[in-house]
Design a protein around this ligand. Structure first.
Ligand code: DGL
Length: 296
């Protein structure tokens, strides 16, 4: 049975879920986390449901058996769409949080009633997303755009120099893909008929927020799911009596200093150098936390 001293597992096809881990760390500073990037098999978005479901199952097993996780955050919209139901039924004891494109929260934000949704092909063509869209279709006009190749390009861009806020769209692979896909969607802005809200339906996409911003202008609202997912995870752990509370004798005691266990472990099935670069660039975490693992 899960114990409150155990870590929380977080998993994505690659480094995109680090955007969710960032929010989880902020919401639960006393917890330990094991993050697993399946970068050797990324991207999931164009792989098909059977492959993504099999990987999700293998990784859940690995995190349960090797790390005795007390909860799992599937920080990947594509894996959630393909496999969350199976994981829930094969691990009924495990508090489980998945991600889906936040089109419902977008309804509360849009004023023009025109909402753009970007994500992977796997997510946006899934039955799960189709059902969600059908239930909300009469409340706004949604423009849905699968962005083939964008998550993969973001994985590869980790080693490139960061884009400063406010810069023009750079002549990079990620910049060119963002431009191609957003242009295909139509007009962004706050005028009648324009999309004033953009749902980032893939955890990788927050890492090209500057490129997206340069294309849609300053007034379009971006909706992503990291923060609500962190709140939901905290709620689930609290309800299950599994939340780690600060120690009374040392209230500022961080898990990093307890029992010699780091508060964050960053595992990857791909090249460890990529995880090291991503951890430093996006989370300001040291390379010593990163390790490569094999999950057959
Ligand atoms: N980051 C993932 C998501 O949220 C998947 C990206 C991919 O591997 O295609 O959907």
């Amino acid at each position: 049975m899960p114990q409150s001293s155990s870590p929380i597992g977080v998993f994505d096809s690659g480094v995109g879920g680090l955007s969710v881990l960032h929010m989880l760390l902020a919401a639960m500073p006393n917890e330990r986390f094991v993050y697993l990037a399946d970068s050797a098999n990324a991207p999931y978005g164009e792989r098909g449901d059977a492959f993504v479901a099999a990987r999700t199952h293998a990784i859940t097993q690995y995190l349960c058996e090797q790390h005795h996780i007390k909860a799992l955050v599937v920080a990947c919209n594509t894996a959630t769409a393909a496999a969350i139901h199976e994981v829930r039924s094969s691990h009924p004891e495990l508090p489980l949080v998945g991600l889906e494109p936040a089109i419902k929260p977008a309804l509360a934000v849009t004023k023009t009633g025109h909402v753009g949704v970007i994500g992977t092909r796997g997510t946006l063509t899934s039955a799960k997303f189709g059902k969600l869209m059908t239930s909300l279709a009469d409340q706004a006009h949604f423009v849905v755009q699968p962005c083939d190749g964008l998550a993969h390009a973001i994985e590869r861009s980790v080693a490139l120099p960061a884009i400063a806020p406010g810069s023009p769209v750079p002549a990079t692979e990620t910049g060119a893909l963002c431009q191609r896909y957003l242009q295909a969607m139509g007009g962004f802005g706050t005028g009648p008929g324009q999309m004033d809200t953009l749902v980032l339906g893939c955890t990788h996409y927050i890492f090209v927020a500057h490129e997206l911003r340069a294309l849609v202008g300053p007034d379009v609202q971006f909706i992503e799911t990291g923060e609500p997912v962190a709140r939901q995870t905290r709620r689930l752990l609290e309800a299950a009596g599994l939340l780690t509370l600060p120690s009374l004798s040392h209230p500022s005691d961080q898990p990093a200093s307890r029992e010699g266990q780091p508060s964050v472990q960053l595992l990857t099935t791909g090249p460890v150098a990529m995880m090291e670069a991503a951890a430093e660039r996006w989370l300001n975490l040291p390379p010593s936390l990163c390790r490569s693992v094999s999950v057959p």
